[in-house]
Design a protein around this ligand. Structure first.
Ligand code: NAI
Ligand code: MG
Length: 353
């Protein structure tokens, strides 16, 4: 198969982990006789420096024509003083919005080899395998107005959803649950928020369409607690934008590091943008310390969701597990008996496998 992939390396460790992702995709192409072509574009702080905007038109146009998009990460202290609309994060929010990437799938799987790397007890982490389905283009992160008022003495952010936006993410979550263990937990704050009460109503309406899936509602604060006390309880969790952002970083402790979590963001045509869950990690950027696994697992999601290459995706997963099995890991993983290597060394070992 021929596929055209747009790479958006971004800032900080973004370019390092994007390089690893590309190497793995190339290895898959070589092994399975596919032709993958790559085209890189600027986003985030890198785009501000080069073009004066976090999301140049060129980048959007290229992304719209791609078969799939890979994004590293954006942001960093260099751009922190810029006004809100000029910040690197606007590039990321902008591309999600422009491509209509409303469904963010974040699988969280505890690797057997890394059970001791989690600060949680082994018995707690063991067997956890869940999927967070996060709404990505609505809610607080896109709410208008979002502004300071009264000479800076008052501030407002807005949490808004339209019915169809909730319906489509809930459908996505039910469909994901169907091909997993068929248990859906809808996470909200319906005891306080009107948006959550509508969310709950829609989940209730939709469940008749998916009789094979069991559904429950859970308040976000309780869900946050259960995620670290009994994570194997969960199969699929569906939630709005901000709750999903926070819960997925929290869930990363199950895997031992934020550097292990991949994600896929899909639109209604299933054009996908794939990115690690972590940010640009300015504290370790340029030191070849970044864990490439989140990015490499994101390429596995790309192969599966955007290209329908199930076997290739499985092969990437197996390579990651194999390298972990041999004890190799980057510095973010706290393992006593492992072999600590650099980010590029770890990527090379995964490519070899
Ligand atoms: P972060 O996710 O960049 O880093 C949090 C901690 O995890 C840091 O100690 C970092 O060194 C570590 N870490 C993250 N990824 C790692 C990896 N692959 N390997 C090893 N260690 C890793 O979050 P932080 O520090 O809050 O934000 C830094 C910048 O990233 C900010 O400008 C923020 O706005 C941006 N950001 C961007 C995101 C994106 O592009 N999708 C998502 C989250 C934050
Ligand atoms: Mg986050």
């Amino acid at each position: 198969m021929e596929k055209h992939i747009v790479l958006l390396p971004g800032d900080g460790i973004g370019p390092e982990v994007t390089k690893a992702a590309r190497q793995v995709l190339q290895a898959v192409a070589d092994r399975y006789q596919h032709t993958f072509t790559f085209e890189s574009h600027d986003i985030g702080g890198a785009a501000i420096d080069q073009h004066g905007t976090p999301l140049p038109d060129d980048t959007v146009q290229a992304a719209k024509k791609a078969d799939a998009i890979f994004l590293g990460a954006v942001g960093g202290p260099k751009w922190d003083q810029l006004p809100g609309h000029m910040r690197p994060e606007k590039g990321l929010l902008g591309i999600r919005k422009q491509l209509g990437l409303f469904a963010n799938l974040r699988p969280v799987q505890a690797f057997q080899q890394l059970l001791h790397a989690s600060p949680l007890k082994k018995e707690v982490v063991e067997n956890s395998d869940l999927l967070i389905v996060r709404e990505l283009t609505g809610g607080l992160y896109f709410g208008q107005p979002s502004e300071r008022r009264n000479n800076g003495q008052e501030v407002v952010d807005t949490l808004a959803y339209e019915r169809h936006e909730i319906e489509r993410i809930v459908d996505q979550a039910f469909q994901s649950a169907r091909v997993r263990r068929k248990h859906l937990t809808s996470v909200d704050k319906a005891n306080v928020l009107e948006s959550s009460r509508m969310w709950r109503e829609i989940v209730e309406e939709k469940k008749a369409d998916y009789p094979d899936v069991t559904v429950e509602h859970m308040l976000v604060d309780a869900a946050a607690m259960k995620l670290v006390t009994n994570p194997s309880y969960f199969d699929v969790m569906v939630t709005e934008n901000m709750f999903g952002d926070i819960l997925s970083d929290e869930a990363s402790v199950l895997t031992g590091s934020l550097g292990m979590l991949p994600s896929a963001s899909l639109n209604e045509q299933s054009v996908g943008l794939y990115e690690p869950v972590h940010g640009s990690a300015p504290d370790i950027a340029g030191q070849n310390k970044a864990n490439p696994i989140a990015s490499i697992l994101s390429t596995a999601m790309m192969l599966k969701h955007s290209f329908g290459m199930e076997e290739e995706a499985e092969q990437v997963q197996t390579a990651v597990t194999g390298v972990l099995q041999e004890g190799y890991h980057t510095a973010d993983i706290d393992l006593k008996n492992g072999v600590k290597v650099s980010g590029s060394e770890l990527a090379a070992k995964i490519v070899d496998q």
